[in-house]
Design a protein around this ligand. Structure first.
Ligand code: AMP
Ligand code: GLY
Length: 428
């Protein structure tokens, strides 16, 4: 079968790499893919079509008789790519536009959480900056989190320790309109304390296959300091979610979410990604995403042994129960993101990357590309803020970390940098 992967990040490189390992995969096209998918060769090939160009993607799917499409990022999902493909008779893995609201509207998400009686931060919603500011000015200020309702490329969330910070956040969202329509409504919620974890599951709307827990590193610098990023590294499994906690999350979070979405008339198929805070009172949902996490996907795909094509097809057909349980490599996987100078702010790009061949020789590692491209001279150049996700496997967290960083040491470009403490929380 010919497969189409939509997106261009590290997550999509990992998905294409994993899908290509399936006995059922003839060709895996990455649209538009990146330098990493371009270098893979074999079954994997890039197609220069952007993720939001639905009509060109449909034409391509027709032309190449694509039997399975897998969507990486949230933006095409929220714009209804699954509905568009299904209408034309194509098999596509992911939620409908209506179900993708779970990520595209934080207020919709809270409504589903309420219906499912699922633990989350106490919150208020506002459609007016004036009301939000008044609310913040009343009584004693308690640290809170101000969030734009819609998609804001991970930038619409402000964790505010002071009232001034919170009022600033409200102004940025509602007056400066930094996130456009995504800020038409907003949420103010209590700040939760604890360790974060990502628990992802695949669902066909009735059966849920929970993946191994992972942990992202959202802050830019070591010790979780500095600005928020898309994620500077991840590892899997994450011991902060032990077996008992994982079962609890399945029963009290994932199952009721799938039920609530069904009852709401927005049944969900695809990847349900619960962003959780493991608080003293137990896990609480910070947010839902409707796709694989980036970079969580990279360590997850390093460890997943079950055929991903079979999983996606079973989910599309409502036959996930036939997959049984998922098989995993027992080892730990650690992914270290290498970024360009200036990221997560403005960054320069177009720098040639050195040392990729040496890094590829390091045993038990895989370099997933994110913001890279293959130029006409065969050089790999940086083309984004998060550039590579260097992923290592090991019998212990510490061995996996050593493997990943041994490969990282070989790679450099003008301005390259990375966190040095990825996975250290698992060692504590
Ligand atoms: P979200 O997009 O809602 O997951 O928020 C992005 C990040 O903001 C999360 O990964 C957390 O680090 C932080 N965050 C969001 N909501 C809260 C909260 N209620 N309490 C503490 N931190 C939060
Ligand atoms: N790693 C966070 C995300 O994918 O949203």
């Amino acid at each position: 079968m010919n497969i189409l992967v939509i997106g261009s990040g590290g997550r999509e490189h990992a998905l294409a790499w994993k899908l290509a390992q399936s006995k059922n995969a003839d060709k895996v096209y990455a649209a538009p893919g990146n330098g990493g998918t371009a270098l893979e060769g074999g079954k994997i090939e890039n197609v220069p079509i952007k993720e939001m160009d639905f009509s060109a993607l449909l034409h391509f799917a027709e032309d190449k008789k694509i039997g399975l499409t897998v969507v990486g990022p949230e933006v095409p999902l929220a714009a209804g790519i699954v509905d568009v493909f299904q209408k034309q008779g194509f098999r596509i893995f992911g939620p409908s536009k209506a179900a993708a609201q779970l990520e595209a509207s934080k207020i919709f998400c809270k409504e589903i959480l309420r219906k499912g009686n699922i633990p989350t931060a106490i919150h208020r919603t506002f459609s007016d900056g004036y009301d939000a500011a008044n609310y913040l000015k009343q009584g004693e200020y308690i640290p809170s989190v101000v969030k734009a309702d819609g998609l804001a490329a991970g930038k619409g969330v402000f964790v505010c320790r002071t009232r001034e910070e919170a009022l600033d956040a409200v102004r940025i969202i509602t007056e400066e309109k930094e996130f456009g329509d995504a800020g038409d409504r907003l949420l103010i919620e209590e700040m939760l304390d604890g360790e974060e974890a990502s628990v992802l599951a695949i669902t066909d709307g009735s059966t849920i296959l929970t993946l191994q827990p992972a942990q992202d590193h959202k802050a830019a610098f070591d010790g979780d300091k500095g600005p928020n990023t898309g994620g500077m590294g991840a590892y899997c499994p994450a011991p902060v979610v032990d077996t008992k906690t994982l079962h609890w999350i399945e029963e009290r979070v994932l199952v009721p979410t799938v039920h609530a979405l069904n009852q709401n008339g927005t049944p969900f198929k695809g990847v349900l990604y619960a962003g959780l805070m493991i608080t003293r009172q137990g896990p609480k949902v910070l947010e839902y995403n409707v796709r694989f996490g980036d970079p969580e996907c990279q360590p997850l795909m390093m460890r997943l042994k079950t055929d991903l094509v079979d999983i996606c097809n079973a989910a599309i057909d409502g036959q996930l129960s036939k997959i049984g349980s998922l098989e995993w490599d027992d080892r730990t996987a650690v992914c270290v993101v290498m970024a360009g100078e200036g990221y997560p702010g403005k960054y320069a790009k177009g720098f040639p990357i050195q040392g990729l061949e040496e890094a590829a020789e390091v045993p038990k590692t895989k370099v997933f590309h994110a913001g890279t491209l293959l130029d006409v001279n065969g050089r790999i150049l940086t083309s984004g803020g998060r550039v590579l996700g260097v992923t290592g496997l090991g019998e212990t967290v510490s061995e996996a970390k050593t493997a990943a960083y041994s490969a990282v040491k070989h790679i450099r470009w003008n301005g390259s940098w990375y966190r040095k403490d990825i996975s250290d929380k698992a060692l504590r």
